[in-house]
Design a protein around this ligand. Structure first.
Ligand code: ADP
Ligand code: MG
Length: 382
């Protein structure tokens, strides 16, 4: 507006000065009024936001939609995104004579205040077994590793093998052989009392059935690289990675490592969309170019941080999003091109007196309508 308005004013006055014809001056002003140009972008964005909403995709700002059209790397979190995040305890073992219910009691006590899917699984299993869960003190979360509490003066830790390493607790032989057997199948956490590992809990999660499809379709919609990030161990990560056909798998990541990975990709010139549920991945969602939150099971933090929220569990909405965003940019560009061409030609015809003011206003209105109708095509992108 800063350049356009003075330019058109000057142009109109010049035309009048040269021709002395007030009708030509009127035609220039009528045709140059940039309605179509101004409507080109917002109508397209509004149509696409509407279309997406009907598909259960909530786009919180037009900027995300625009940025998405440049995205070449799709990064997904594992737990809660590629998997359902509805973990279940499938096996409990006590080492050195500890009973299963003892292990579950310690574990549930420690996990009482955690909101991680691992914690939810342990608590519901403990309740199922009729175990009374006690209150503990000094609850502390180590994101991506596990939790620790103090109960009756004794330190209890529930976490993965890296959590044990961080606390300089060595895994006993029983623990190691258990981990070896279990690790490929699913998440395994250990229960530590004081300084000794007293048991282990194996959990399983199910893949979202269309994860593989979603990745494949994203690839045919402009994504060149797909990556799965996880705080889980190498064996689980690789086995899931193979099942869904992701290009790259990054495992043993802390939440801050996930951020580092995203920023590293961006530094290499990639445009990154990150999908997550907000548990241990909200910082990475925030640092990506476009954050996509799993809205149904996701945390409030994820929904707040992400520019796009999926109000459904269907990962196939992601390739749809890519399609919609690319179509939106295409329509915006054609809208702008049509608007500019009509304006420039209209001004030229007005200057030469070929375009009377009445006809100019018809052309001008039709120009805006053409853009509007063109944008409405976005309602039908599937
Ligand atoms: P992902 O990156 O796959 O979404 P997270 O970063 O949330 O996974 O967690 C990574 C790992 O950290 C889990 O697989 C688990 O071993 C451990 N962990 C995280 N939170 C807890 C918890 N509350 N209790 C026990 N272990 C946990
Ligand atoms: Mg997660």
């Amino acid at each position: 507006a800063k350049y356009f308005t003075p330019t058109i004013l000057a142009l109109g006055i010049m035309v009048y000065a040269l021709t002395g014809d007030p009708l030509r001056l009127a035609s220039v002003f009528v045709i140059a009024c940039p309605c179509a140009l101004v409507l080109a972008t917002p109508t397209a964005i509004a149509a696409s936001i509407g279309n997406s909403a009907r598909k259960g995709i909530l786009i919180r700002n037009g900027e995300s939609l625009e940025k998405l059209s440049n995205v070449d790397s799709l990064v997904l979190d594992k737990t809660g995104t590629i998997t359902r995040g509805r973990l279940q305890v499938v096996d409990v073992v006590g080492f050195g004579g500890h009973s299963e219910s003892e292990i579950m009691k310690f574990a549930a006590t420690a996990e009482k205040l955690s909101e991680h899917p691992v914690a939810q699984a342990i608590i519901s299993k403990a309740k199922e077994m009729g175990i009374e869960i006690e209150d503990a003190k000094c609850f502390k979360v180590n994101p991506g590793l596990g939790v620790q509490v103090e109960c009756e003066g004794v330190n209890i830790i529930v976490g993965n093998d890296r959590m044990l390493k961080n606390h300089s607790i060595s895994l006993n032989r029983e623990g190691e052989s258990y981990l070896e057997r279990r690790a490929r199948i699913g998440t395994t956490v250990f229960v530590v009392q004081g300084n000794s590992v007293i048991g282990a809990i194996a959990l399983s999660d199910t893949l979202r059935e269309n994860a593989k499809d979603a990745l494949r379709k994203s690839k045919s919609n402009g994504v060149t690289k797909t990556v799965m990030l996880t705080g889980d161990n190498e064996l689980v990560a690789k086995s899931i990675g193979e099942q869904i056909g992701v290009d790259e798998v990054q495992f043993d990541l802390m939440p801050s490592d996930k951020v580092d990975y995203v920023t590293e990709l961006q530094a290499q010139g990639h445009h990154v969309a990150m999908v997550g549920d907000g548990i241990n991945d909200a910082p990475a969602l925030a640092s990506s170019d476009v954050g996509i939150a799993m809205g149904l099971k996701g945390t409030d933090v994820a929904i707040e941080t992400a520019g796009i929220v999926l109000a459904t569990d269907d990962l196939c909405r992601i390739p749809k999003l890519f399609r919609i965003s690319r179509a939106t940019m295409r329509i915006i560009k054609t809208n702008i091109a049509i608007a500019m061409t009509v304006n420039v030609l209209g001004i030229a015809f007005s200057t030469y007196g070929i375009l009377p003011p009445l006809l100019a206003s018809v052309v001008h209105e039709s120009n805006a309508l053409v853009g509007l109708l063109n944008s409405l095509r976005l309602l039908r992108v599937d």
